[in-house]
Design a protein around this ligand. Structure first.
Ligand SMILES: C[S@@+](CC[C@H](N)C(=O)[O-])C[C@H]1O[C@@H](n2cnc3c(N)ncnc32)[C@H](O)[C@@H]1O
Length: 245
């Protein structure tokens, strides 16, 4: 597996240290900032609860999940790529819509997350799981009809975010779509603006990049999409961006 990781400046270190013995090949930001959410063996036991993920998203999990799914229709006959596992029923919902030659490939850099996802999926569905880094994919160019990034980019330092977007675009065919759902800068008078700035600043510092910049700012130089559409949710705290190649 190819990985792209980088060391983090000390201001981005979390309040407590990651556990000893984390495996090599895990990006630095996951080990240092997100070990408690994804890397530690207890992470899956704690967070694989849809009500908890829904609470973290202020009750918007289903709405955001369905906004992403709406891009593909009720019956999916395409080749889809999901970059990174998601707690809850996000992937099972996509998988349940697969028809005919439709297939879903899911990539994650953590074996524990892939194993958790495998347990959530009925065995007979056309879903393949891959241990890969989203920032350095092993797939051929234009391999997929569409790619999907659900709350991954806000976790990544800028260089990794740029590499992930470049890879997602590389493996999606011309005319295909890249669908992104993630954080966004809330409206000036949003009651959660200040609390969320504090919480994200402490726990998910790279998320505030998405408050300061449009996602399009992280696309490769010279990339000319056929179309870009953006919609926001919950007073602007979340966004969906659809890039047509
Ligand atoms: C999609 S994000 C956040 C999803 C959301 N918070 C949720 O409800 O689960 C979490 C996943 O991204 C994975 N991940 C983070 N960086 C990655 C990378 N560079 N390549 C592949 N997977 C990555 C983590 O291992 C984790 O499974």
């Amino acid at each position: 597996m190819k990985t792209l990781s980088e060391s983090l400046p000390s201001r981005h270190l979390p309040p407590s240290a990651p556990p000893d013995g984390v495996a090599p090949g895990i990006p630095a930001y996951l080990q240092q900032l997100y070990w408690w959410a994804y890397v530690h063996p207890n992470a899956v036991r704690v967070f694989e609860r849809e009500w908890l993920i829904n609470l973290i998203l202020w009750g918007n999990f289903r709405r955001l999940r369905d906004a992403a799914l709406a891009e593909f229709g009720e019956h999916i006959e395409q080749q889809l790529l999901q970059l990174a596992c998601v707690y809850g029923d996000f992937t099972p919902c996509i998988a349940a819509r697969l028809r005919g030659a439709g297939a879903l490939d899911v990539v994650d850099v953590l074996p524990i997350q892939l194993a958790n996802l495998r347990r959530k999926l009925p065995a007979d569905l056309a879903v393949r799981l891959h241990h890969q880094d989203a920032a350095a994919l092993d797939f051929a160019a234009a391999r997929f009809d569409a790619s999907l990034l659900f709350f991954l980019l806000h976790e990544q330092p800028e260089a990794v975010r740029r590499a992930t977007l470049a890879e997602a675009l590389r493996v999606t065919r011309p005319g295909g779509k890249l669908v992104i759902v993630d954080y966004h800068r809330p409206a000036a008078l949003h009651p959660l603006r200040h609390p969320m700035r504090l919480v994200l600043g402490m726990l998910e510092p790279f998320a505030l990049d998405l408050w300061r910049h449009e996602l399009a700012d992280y696309l490769p130089a010279g990339f000319a999409p056929a179309a870009v559409s953006k919609s926001t949710f919950f007073g602007g705290l979340y966004q969906k961006v659809v890039i047509t190649l």
